[in-house]
Design a protein around this ligand. Structure first.
Ligand SMILES: [Zn+2]
Length: 114
């Protein structure tokens, strides 16, 4: 179960952020040469004084557009991302437990049919 939780965190850490002022996209896999940000740095881990390397907009001007390779339309993704971020670890555990319990019940019901 803890592996699933870590996986979810890693996925979130790779979310890209788009500058709403100029359209520059910060990609965690690439980092940012201009500010000596090493590759693999999540947007949330950027220094508070980090600014858009193109137009120097502040971090608050950026919108979460999700991990690379997903469909765009960042408004939906933004709402989705915020919703997940608001979940406490306990709530995430409940979700994971619930999924496991459902899978278990399904398994048992198959047994009952035989
Ligand atoms: Zn910008």
């Amino acid at each position: 179960m803890s592996e699933q939780a870590e996986e979810a965190l890693e996925t979130q850490a790779l979310d890209r952020y788009e500058c709403r002022a100029c359209g520059y996209v910060y990609e965690p896999q690439k980092g940012d040469d201009k500010y000596d940000i090493p590759a693999g740095t999540a947007f949330a881990e950027l220094p508070i004084n980090w600014k858009c390397p193109v137009c120097t907009a502040k971090k608050v001007a950026f919108a979460n557009i999700g991990p690379a390779g997903t469909a765009s339309g960042f408004k939906e993704n933004l709402g989705y991302g915020l919703g997940v971020n608001k979940l406490t670890p306990a709530q995430k555990n409940i979700l994971i437990f619930g999924a496991l319990a459902l899978g278990f019940l399904f398994f048992i019901s198959l047994y009952g049919l035989q």
